[in-house]
Design a protein around this ligand. Structure first.
Ligand SMILES: [Cu+2]
Length: 124
């Protein structure tokens, strides 16, 4: 009795480790964003949109947008675009001219996590 339980646990662990590697290529990488990474925009955007290579799970995605004064300008309420789970929408507070940093953490629908950061500039 005790002996078979001791063997079963390591086998279950090996199976759990082996399965996720099959889906390892389905990570959500940033494809495009508006405002564009490194870009400059004239009018201040009211929202930021990030397009990922895979569908993302918005409840497990965070995007921190920080202004020149170091304060967060995102409202914290990210959601996917209607009918497009690859597109993450980040509502923004009113932006003043300056350089903004976007620090994103995404979780794709297959539960794999990715992250990155970039800046964009608002001129007026
Ligand atoms: Cu993946």
């Amino acid at each position: 009795m005790t002996r078979s339980r001791l063997i079963a646990a390591p086998v279950a662990l090996l199976l759990a480790l082996a399965v996720p590697t099959a889906a390892a290529f389905a990570h959500a990488h940033l494809k495009t964003a508006v405002p564009a990474p490194g870009g400059t925009v004239g009018a201040a955007p009211t929202e930021l949109v990030i397009n990922y290579s895979e569908a993302v799970e918005p409840h497990f995605c965070t995007v921190a947008v920080t202004g020149p004064d170091g304060k967060r300008v995102d409202t914290g309420a990210v959601h996917t675009a209607p009918g497009n789970a690859h597109e993450l929408v980040v509502p923004l507070k009113p932006l003043s001219p300056g350089r903004y940093t976007v620090d994103w953490h995404a979780t794709s629908v297959d539960s794999h996590k990715t992250q990155g950061d970039y800046t964009f500039t608002v001129t007026r």
